[in-house]
Write a protein that binds this ligand. Sequence first.
Ligand SMILES: [Zn+2]
Length: 253
Amino acid sequence: MNRKVFAVKYATRSAQTKSYYHGHSDPHENSTSDMDYFVWIIQDENQTILVDCGFTKETAEKRGRKYLNSPVDSLKDLGISPTDVDYMIITHLHYDHIGNISRFPNAKFFIQEKEMAFWTGKYAGKKEFKHHIEVVDVLTLVEENFNNRVIFLNGNKQIFPGIEVILAPGHSSGLQMVAITDGDSRILLTSDASHFYSHYQQDRLFSTIDNLPAMYDALEMIREEEAKGTIIVPGQSHMIYWQGDFVGRLYFC
Ligand SMILES: [Zn+2]
């Protein structure tokens, strides 16, 4: 199968390096560093799948993020019209992953039941959590559920041949990673289960936490994948290495 996986960077921010780590205490991390924002595309002869859809320009301005390009426009640069997107795998509901849902009129949305339950449940409005979402995005997803466009998942599942979602909570209640396998090649899109290489490689947690032990378990899962030869693509690293190439390059499984 001629399957392609793209990572598309659409925004960036610069912040103190230590702010990217929970319980930071290393004085050497008083420097600043970049954190980038991505959507990912999985494309083959049969279908186009988007993994998350990024935030809007308005949200970027409100939150002080540097907006490089709308993910919707980046898709067009790759020859993909929003109407071409058949499915969207939503890794989790944080604002930087689901701000453009309404731009994809034909897509159905894969989401973990636990993630949707959390953001429509008792604790979503608590200040520690609600900062991480745009309420309108959650409302849009609720509406799309009534339009029968949401496909709920309960744990790990192969949703198409060679495309598997892996429940990896901790950063959010029902975060799912995406593994793409073709022959001997396997890529793991970790999303925010590991923002950078350093998080899983050094067993360090990002600063946004839903469940601390679960987050460590997710990092362990990623290390186990890497030990098996899987290419790991962290969620928000400012550099991504796969086959020696940099982000935005095509990868053929
Ligand atoms: Zn997140």
